[in-house]
Ligand binder design. Structure first.
Ligand code: HEM
Length: 538
């Protein structure tokens, strides 16, 4: 009888594109013609020359020539895993999002990453780690694109190219900052004092996690949750690892990175394969959505500030379990496209100027990285909710849209006006009031304090953690060859705390310096403050 029809990649014709084993009986061309030989090119006589006519050679080599896509401009190196988020129902009072309904289980895909290294860099670099979660909810995809450090280097997204240019490898030799001169990184950090808080977290043991499984995750920005009745609260998202938070010491990191640069990736995949599924509890700090959007003098729109958990406790809202490794790195971990724009009804943004800029950047970069605007059709990015957009055509369009009227309302395809009634859960942009004046490029006064939270972090460390942190500063600044930059940064460390400044100065063999500004006031979390209104029990 007739042989079974197979698709170009071996799956029976009509099988979903997402599950192609490429192990059909016959090797074929991409258009399905069977081949006899894929080992020798077509030549004029056994010893050549090779003929341009060899369509199989050209197809095979040309496809190979285009196998790589650009790596992410940041967070290029990562590892992913599938799992489930199970909601406790505790947040359903403050958010109408179905993902928070009691007992609701939502499939997730998580990608952990380093920020600055290229795709082939080592896992144990001193760096921030990405912690990005895609929730495939019934009401659309929600992406919580966070890091393992609760604050960020800059306050405004317009500075993102600057901080990344300063941290990426030097333009002349392309040697990463971690192994060579550190002038540009420390130049940026010392000239932008807002970066001091994030940097001290990086210099602490938090900068080199033991495992992805032992990292906290933070949404960083303040988000807005909207309840069924339209009322809103402000929240900060936290992931708490069930295994606790663990790091490695710098000396261990050096050894591990040399012996096994894939240490973190391997650890995650091995744990899941062995059935030791990592888990994180998702929690929220909840704040009143008041007019000035601040808490105890901390501007909630400033992403360089956190709110101490002693003041506003993190309240658990659900549990995430990662229990399945990707089966194809490229299709899943590489092609996944996270985007802070991916919000669902009940979860909304605030005016944090860093978040606002991110709402543009991810969509924009993915048009280049994933070759056009249709990456939502890639299996890993496909929403689990029904999609009925009016988007058409474009590079790598793989849907065959039918109908002649891709617009609403229309009278040809039966396209009624599209307003979804409120009781059917549409996404409603929260009607947040805005300040009257436009054309402001100024920094608000409430974004000016750059030292007191760095000091609070330093004071929160144990003796041995302080030692590690001072040693890290001394090591990294020791790689900065510009005397002016080193001294400028040292003065900031004296402003954070004279003991920190002194320890680092000693490590560098430099004299003590005058602090940049009068040392910041002690910020001591006071238990009494947690009694003050403004925190919401969920
Ligand atoms: C990628 C987190 C700020 C632009 C990422 C990823 C994470 C992340 C986790 C990797 C996602 C993945 O695994 O695929 C954060 C956090 C930020 C922040 C927590 C601050 C709170 C920014 C800003 C910009 C930006 C301000 C630009 C204005 C990008 C770009 C990518 C990226 C272009 C690459 C995305 C891709 O190629 O798919 N970020 N980021 N990020 N981020 Fe950010």
């Amino acid at each position: 009888g007739a042989p079974e029809r197979v698709s170009p990649t071996g799956a029976p014709t009509g099988a979903p594109m997402s599950s192609m084993a490429q192990q059909g009986e016959y090797l074929t061309t991409a258009h399905g013609a069977r081949l006899t030989n894929s080992d020798q090119s077509l030549k004029a006589g056994p010893r050549g020359p090779v003929l341009l006519q060899d369509h199989h050679f050209r197809e095979k080599i040309s496809h190979f020539d285009h196998e790589r896509i650009p790596e992410r401009v940041v967070h290029a190196r990562g590892a992913g895993a599938h799992g489930t988020f199970r909601s406790y129902g505790t947040a359903s009072r403050i958010s109408r999002a179905g993902v928070f309904a009691e007992g609701k289980e939502t499939p997730v895909f998580v990608r952990f990453s380093t920020v600055l290294g290229s795709r082939g860099s080592g896992d144990l670099a001193r760096d921030t780690r990405g912690f990005a979660t895609k929730f495939y909810t019934d009401e659309g995809t929600w992406d919580l694109v966070g890091n393992n450090i609760p604050v960020f280097f800059i306050q405004d997204a317009i500075k993102f190219p600057d901080v990344i240019h300063a941290g990426k490898p030097h333009p002349d030799r392309e040697i990463p900052q971690a192994q060579s001169a550190h002038d540009t990184f420390w130049d940026f950090v010392s000239l932008h004092t807002e970066a001091q808080h994030h940097t001290i977290w990086n210099m602490s043991d938090r900068g080199i996690p033991r495992s992805f499984r032992t990292m906290e995750g933070f949404g960083i920005h303040t988000f807005r949750l909207v309840a069924e009745d339209g009322s809103s609260v402000l929240v900060k998202f936290h992931w708490k690892p069930r295994l606790g938070v663990h790091s490695v010491a710098w000396e261990e990191a050096q050894l591990i990175n040399g012996a096994d640069p894939d240490f973190h990736r391997r650890d995650l995949a091995d744990a899941i394969e062995a059935g030791a599924y990592p888990q994180w509890e998702l929690g929220v700090q909840v704040f009143d959505d008041n007019e000035d959007q601040s808490y105890q003098g901390i501007d909630l729109l400033d992403p360089t500030k956190l709110v101490p958990e002693e003041l506003v406790p993190v309240q658990p809202v659900g549990l995430m379990t990662l229990d399945r490794n990707p089966s194809n790195y490229f299709a899943e971990t590489e092609q996944v496209a996270f985007n802070p724009n991916n919000l669902v009804p009940g979860i909304d943004v605030t005016n944090d100027p860093l978040l606002q800029g991110r709402l543009f950047s991810y969509l924009d970069t993915q048009i280049t990285r994933l070759g056009g605007p249709n990456w939502n059709q890639l299996p890993i990015n496909r929403p689990h909710a029904a999609v009925n957009d009016m988007l058409r055509d474009g590079y790598h369009q793989s849907a065959v849209h039918s109908g002649v009227a891709p617009y609403r309302p229309n009278s040809l395809d039966g396209g009624n006006p599209f307003e979804t009634p409120e009781n059917e859960h549409p996404f409603i942009d929260f009607p947040a009031p805005v300040a009257a004046s436009v054309k402001e490029r100024a920094r608000p006064q409430s974004f000016e304090d750059h030292f007191s939270q760095a000091r609070m972090f330093w004071l929160s460390l144990s003796e041995v953690e302080r030692e590690h942190t001072a040693q890290a500063y001394a090591f990294e600044l020791g790689k900065c060859w510009d005397e002016t930059i080193r001294t400028r940064q040292l003065r900031h460390l004296f402003a954070i705390d004279p003991a920190l400044g002194h320890a680092v100065a000693q490590g560098l063999g430099l004299p003590d310096q005058e602090p940049t500004e009068a040392p910041a006031q002690d910020v001591q979390p006071s238990p009494a403050l947690s009694q003050v209104g403004g925190t919401w029990p969920v």
